[in-house]
Ligand binder design. Structure first.
Ligand code: ATP
Ligand code: MG
Length: 327
């Protein structure tokens, strides 16, 4: 069966790292067909909608979407795209690689972040000259859906269980509901859990990240804590992510458009290639996904490396090395 993959390079280094990932995917023995779609600042600058209806439609119907980055228009592009795939969980692994400098090389954590609600779905109001408010939304259904996925995630991988991060001691109603719903689902599935207050977790991550494997979080907390973990493992150029819905996913590097290096041909393609590996695994091509991960690991260790990792290689040099490692 042919897998129908939509690729959206977007802006900045998205235009460089997405073609690199496609080149890597094309060397594999997996039947993928690629459709390129437009989105981002450059589309808006040309008088269009930053997320053209056609691109939204393609992503909503593809088997999977691989996305690069969008600049100023990011919120207008990525939020509707996540909604197009009905994404309820953002999967963000943070780990180090041999030979890559990291603050905490022992870090190897996957964040499973609620992707639809919390303060990001909240309604903001200005009540007076002095007062602004934000309503936070937490639903039983979204919390349970995330927890079901978390159970499946640890069971499929033979992991011990997961940690729930929250602040239910203060936000008793919203985080209380989140915590109780996640615990309830875990118990029904026979999955072990423990819990940690999200502020304490921030400190534990900085000092003892090796104590955590899989962390389930509300939306904002997952955003902040996974960025903290990104800082521990040696830079944005290495971090992939997946936005998963019930039927399809949207895969993207954690980094943005990197305007400071865009157009120079020196962007590190690893984060996007690793996102492509997550895509392969989500589509059921586990061994192809693993081969891609192994190739990234080999090239990170042996070089060539892009300047962000202390090397002098171009995106193309690294891509060629990845293709070599796979052939
Ligand atoms: P945006 O607003 O699009 O997020 P930004 O200015 O925040 O843009 P990021 O893309 O988030 O930029 O990157 C932050 C820093 O990390 C920049 O200095 C950028 O050059 C560097 N960086 C990010 N991704 C990569 C990459 N793939 N390869 C090399 N350097 C990168
Ligand atoms: Mg950024």
């Amino acid at each position: 069966m042919t897998e129908d993959i939509v690729v959206i390079p977007g802006d900045g280094i998205g235009q460089e790292v997405i073609p690199a990932a496609v080149s890597v995917l094309e060397t594999l023995d997996v039947d993928l067909s690629f459709t390129e779609a437009e989105a981002g600042d450059h589309v808006a600058a040309a008088g269009g909608d930053p997320l053209p209806a056609e691109t939204h439609e393609l992503a909503a119907n593809a088997d999977a979407t691989l996305f690069g980055a969008a600049g100023e228009s990011a919120a207008d592009v990525i939020l509707p795209l996540r909604a197009a795939v009905d994404s309820f969980v953002n999967v963000r692994p943070a780990r180090t690689y041999p030979g890559i400098e990291a603050v905490r090389p022992e870090t190897d954590i996957v964040f499973l972040r609620e992707n639809t609600e919390g303060v990001y779905a909240g309604h903001e109001d200005r009540l007076s000259e002095d007062v602004s408010t934000l309503t936070r939304v937490v639903t039983e259904s979204a919390s349970r859906r995330l927890a079901e996925y978390a159970c499946e995630y640890v069971t499929d991988r033979d992991l011990d269980g997961f940690t729930v991060a929250h602040k239910a001691n203060v936000m008793r109603e919203t985080d209380g509901r989140f915590r109780d719903a996640v615990f309830d689902v875990a118990e029904a599935n026979g999955v072990e859990t423990d819990e940690v207050l999200m502020d304490a977790l921030a400190m534990h991550l900085a000092l003892r990240p090796e104590e955590y494997d899989v962390v389930v979080t509300p939306n904002l907390a997952g955003d902040v804590l996974s960025d903290l973990a990104a800082g521990l493992v040696g830079g944005l150029g290495l971090l992939p992510s997946a936005n998963l819905g019930p039927d399809r996913g949207l895969f993207e590097p954690v980094h943005g458009t990197a305007p400071d290096i865009a157009g120079q041909g020196i962007a590190n393609p690893s984060a996007t290639v690793l996102s492509a590996a997550m895509m392969l695994e989500h589509l059921g091509y586990d061994s192809a996904g693993q081969r891609v991960r192994d190739a990234v690991e080999t090239v990170l260790e042996e070089g060539p490396r892009t300047p962000d990792l202390g090397g002098e290689a171009s995106t193309e040099d690294v891509t060629a090395a990845l293709v070599d490692a796979l052939e």
